[in-house]
Write a new protein. Sequence first.
Length: 439
Amino acid sequence: MTKHLLVLCLLLLFSVVTRAQFLTDMIDTTTSLGKGMFSMYKKYDALRFSGYIQPQFQWIGSKGAESYAGGDFPEAVDNRFMLRRGRLRVDYERYNDAGMPVVQFAFQFDGTERGVFIRDFYGRFFENKWNVLSLTTGMFARPFGYEVNRSSSDRESPERGRMSQILMKTERDLGAMLSFEPMRKDHPLRFLRIQAGLFNGQGLAGPADFDSHKDLIARISLKPVPLNAQGWRLSASVSCLYGGMQQFTRYIYRSGTTVNGHTGFSVDSAITNEGKIAPRHYYGADAQLQIPNRKGRTEFRAEYIRGTQTATALASETPGEIPVAEDGSHLPLYIREFDGAYFYFLQHLGSEKHQIALKYDWYDPNRELDGRQIGQPNSNTTVADIRFDTFSGGYLYYFNPHLKVVFWYDLVRNETTDLEGYTSDIKDNVFTCRLQYRF
């Protein structure tokens, strides 16, 4: 038994770093041991390992500043070494005799100095009559937008934009999703992908679902299609999230109303509010255009999202748990109209090893209020209503497919308000130097 287990472990290791033909050439199938080894190899050859780590150094404009460039800085810290991500992923895939996928299983976790956390844990089943449908269940990325679904190992900027991080914290959620995506290259709709699913709503921001309401998320995508003979390629999608969360108190605050002569939040305290569903509705569109160069490419990306967000007084992100005060009483919910966007410009510099990237993004959690209206007496406004604009850019060098270095600078601007600490722009610009090792 021990002997066979050792052989199996060796085969799994070799399957990750060598070609299948090399392994089969090593196995002598004329012996009973060889036949057993070959049987085990065929069974576990569908198992694949991948991963990456991202050690980095950062400097920020002031000690203890809040940041979306990898998390807030501790009170006495304005520079740090950190392991931003350490991912290990295991995939198991099976195909039928026609080369069409049958089933996929994926498990991914993130391990850093801050702990170990699950990121993906799902199964995906493919129907093989028409080869166009699949069902995914478990913990996986929400089918909304482009940046949320782009892997952190492939993304040029060190982090997703503030909007993506707040609206889709940790990007993933528990649920079930049905996908329409033709697998055959000769299918007339091979350029189209449609995804729709039901999800708990709070994602990895909380330990478990805290109400019975589910979020419906859908995305219709146009895969990259050629536009001309020069190789220009366009892809795009539209997304929708229609959900909400239960109100556990009778008090609900809505923005955009006038209170004592000041524009801010008004409170609705009707007894019938408790138990109702407060809205969380997002609508987004994105597009990507690639233009090939003699060596490398030029690329433009854009995404815009707007809608209604229900959160708390001090944060505009979806709560991971039922909001409660220190005395255990339930906190009221705040409903805001928001919008945000990002724009990328990517350019290789005469070689695919050298690349520059420019990015601008904004997130306005309360587009019904301007800066000076925030912080006014009796307006019930907080830091959660402040708009932030980020101008950023960097240089990337790709040593090889397994190693790259990123030098990136975020110039962050908040709108001027009457809130204490935000009467002018705060010092939260960030420089990041990151290495990424990938296998």
